[in-house]
Write a protein that binds this ligand. Structure first.
Ligand code: SF4
Ligand code: SF4
Ligand code: SF4
Length: 537
């Protein structure tokens, strides 16, 4: 055992560090590379609750930080599609995670059965508390059901993953609105804690007055398109806004047989990097986008923009954001919470707390709040993170080099197929990984959780490893080192006349190819797997 720190892990496993839900990405990619999709799915399920859903619609901050995508290393591992394959090729039997603690006899009410509410319910149920969800709609899942178009998210996956959560024994009541059917003060009396995960129900409209023009908010447009079979079709649709919602509305309108779809951004679409892939898809599908179009007024089916022409439309869609509806709260509680003073026993989470965010951010916040609620209920923190380093191994002894070379091929990302203009035309499933492709893609992962290290006492400075290293700075010559976890502290050879006395593997540069370890004649190089685990105290 060695004392590898959290700092080492944070720096060395950037994909996990950048996953808001702290998913063990190298852990599940290693399982996929061996064809074990069930365990890969389980790792995801424990960390991010909705692996199949996220495999389709996650904003994937892990991919943009992947070591494989750094200059000179090629392209990032296609992590999200690999995750989707862990759903596609698992056996689809509900995975029951063992509860972390026995029944606490504490009762928690969760207001809202969307992503953050369901996440809190799953977590607190595993912590031994009885959870009841109160949902104002006649379905669970929130925007997964009513806000993300079918062509981006297969609703069968949503249904499956919600059922998997409910199978833990979570109670829920539909068609119950806070502030109308139930009051927060009653819930405070009946439950040991109340979590409000009510999303963002207050729709925002710009100041521009709309007279004699048909308009709808983007959230309602998507909801109608998804849940209403007899939807009216409009030839000419204008959409105001440059958000995810505007892209979804535009691509939905094209599938709803609209002939012309124009999307107007006050700023510049390209500045919103999350939208890049969707923007490309929309343009391919025949939509039009306009940058720097600030809406002035709307009259007689015409939208007028500052410094530009007007545009005519049959339907105007405002994709101009939405906010939490604090009016569902009792006045006193509302005032206290809005002044950022906690209200005893009441907790906010997800979009209701932060405003609109991504799915993975909402899940991460709900996980965090669940642990805070657990501490509130049990009067102690019952979890901690641990860094555990495995045995030092020499893979060549087993004849198994790591095979993480940088020369492997890079797989293309998904291209959106040309639109077929009919409702529910789906991009779901198109070009998703086959079993073989996902195994090969997972093999590209360097497994950054492996720590390669040179033991000074065994190294005879033969330079064999320096001859085979693929990266200029993965093995560096140094005169001394104080602590190899702190990269700034090793001293490199400064005086050319002075022969270096040590070799050091900089694991931030190392791509875990295994070559140095393979050629070392004295077995001075070892490999250790480092794991980060949340454990109960
Ligand atoms: S190579 Fe693998 S472990 Fe390393 S950052 Fe990319 S996905 Fe994560
Ligand atoms: S495993 Fe060894 S040779 Fe390969 S990149 Fe890392 S330090 Fe360099
Ligand atoms: S191959 Fe092994 S013994 Fe030779 S310099 Fe590298 S670590 Fe030292």
């Amino acid at each position: 055992m060695s004392n590898i720190s959290n700092k080492w892990y944070v720096r060395n496993v950037p994909c996990r560090t950048n996953c808001p839900a702290d998913t063990d990405i190298p852990g599940y990619l290693e399982f996929i590379s061996k064809g074990d999709f069930i365990n890969a799915y389980k790792i995801n399920l424990i960390a991010n609750i909705f692996p199949g859903v996220l495999g389709m619609v996650c904003s994937s901050p892990c991919e943009s930080s992947c070591r494989h995508g750094r200059i000179g290393n090629g392209e990032s591992v296609n992590i999200c599609n690999a995750k989707k394959s862990s759903f596609d090729y698992s056996d689809k039997k509900f995975i029951k995670i063992d509860p972390f603690f026995k029944n606490s006899k504490k009762k928690v009410a969760v207001i809202g059965g969307g992503v953050s509410g369901l996440t809190c319910a799953r977590e607190l149920s595993l912590f031994g508390h009885s959870v009841s969800i109160f949902e104002k709609n006649d379905f669970l899942g929130g925007l997964l059901v009513s806000g993300i178009p079918d062509f981006r998210l297969d609703k069968k996956i949503v249904e499956y993953e919600i059922e998997q959560i409910l199978s833990l024994g979570i109670e829920y009541k539909l068609n119950i609105s806070l502030g109308k059917d139930i009051l927060i003060n009653d819930l405070i009396l009946d439950f040991d804690a109340v979590i409000i995960a009510a999303g963002t129900d207050k729709l925002n409209y710009p100041d521009a007055p709309s007279s004699n023009s048909l308009f709808v908010h983007g959230i309602d447009y998507l909801k109608n398109s998804l849940l209403n079979d007899s939807l009216e079709s409009f030839d000419n649709v204008s959409i105001i806004g440059s958000s995810f919602t505007s892209m979804d509305c535009a691509r939905t309108a094209l599938r709803n047989h609209s002939k012309e779809v124009n999307v107007f951004a006050r700023n510049d679409f390209q500045n919103n990097s999350h939208l890049t892939k969707e923007l490309e898809a929309l343009l391919k599908e025949g939509g039009n986008t306009y940058n720097h179009h600030s809406l002035l007024k709307v009259e007689n089916n015409l939208s007028y923009f500052a410094n530009t022409n007007s545009h005519q439309q049959d339907l105007l869609i405002y994709a101009t954001g939405q906010f939490p509806d604090y009016d569902i709260l009792d006045n006193k509680i509302k005032k206290t919470l809005l002044n950022n003073n906690g209200f005893d026993g009441v907790f906010l989470t997800g979009d209701f707390k932060t405003g609109s965010s991504t799915l993975i951010d909402a899940i991460a916040d709900a996980k965090k709040i669940s642990r805070i609620v657990d501490k509130y209920l049990m009067k102690e923190m019952r979890f901690e993170n641990k860094i555990i380093s495995g045995q030092k191994i020499q893979s060549k002894v087993n004849g198994k080099p790591t095979l993480r070379s940088i020369e492997m091929n890079y797989l293309p990302r998904i291209n959106t197929e040309k639109i077929i203009k009919k409702k529910n035309n789906t991009e779901v499933g198109i070009n998703f990984f086959t079993e073989k492709t996902s195994k090969n893609e997972s093999l590209r992962c360097y497994l950054c959780n492996l720590k390669f290290q040179i033991d000074d006492e065994k190294c005879v400075l033969c330079d064999e490893c320096l001859k085979v290293k693929p990266k200029e700075k993965c093995i560096v010559e140094i005169t001394s080192i104080s602590n190899d976890e702190h990269y700034s502290e090793f001293k490199s050879k400064r005086d050319p006349s002075l022969y270096y006395s040590k070799l050091f593997i900089d694991t931030d540069e190392c791509v875990r190819c295994g070559e140095c370890e393979r050629v070392c004649p004295t077995n001075a190089i070892s490999i250790q797997k480092v794991s980060k685990l949340e454990v109960t105290i």
